[in-house]
Design a protein around this ligand. Structure first.
Ligand code: FES
Length: 84
């Protein structure tokens, strides 16, 4: 088997489809998929910041703990919904 075929088969085995409940959406973090809600401040999208290992809302800069969803930096005063 060629090197590229080996890499493709490895990629496929790591990319599981995750169905998220309610208003949460899948977010890949370090080869793991979690389900996150929208930003509790004003409904912005949540992205992963690998440099700080935090979840970030790019609209107004709220930051959340990647494991618990706890607010690390406002303007959001509510925690982020995370379903693992
Ligand atoms: S909508 Fe996310 S910080 Fe404002």
């Amino acid at each position: 088997m060629s090197k590229s075929k080996k890499n493709n088969s490895k990629k496929q085995s790591n990319s599981k489809k995750v169905k998220c409940k309610g208003n949460t959406k899948p977010l890949n973090i370090k080869n793991k998929t979690i389900c996150v809600g929208k930003c509790p401040h004003s409904g912005g999208p949540i992205v992963y910041d690998p440099q700080k290992d935090e979840l970030l809302c790019p609209w107004h800069g709220s930051r959340f703990d990647v494991k618990s969803g706890k607010v690390l930096k406002g303007p959001s005063v509510k925690n982020l919904q995370i379903i693992k």
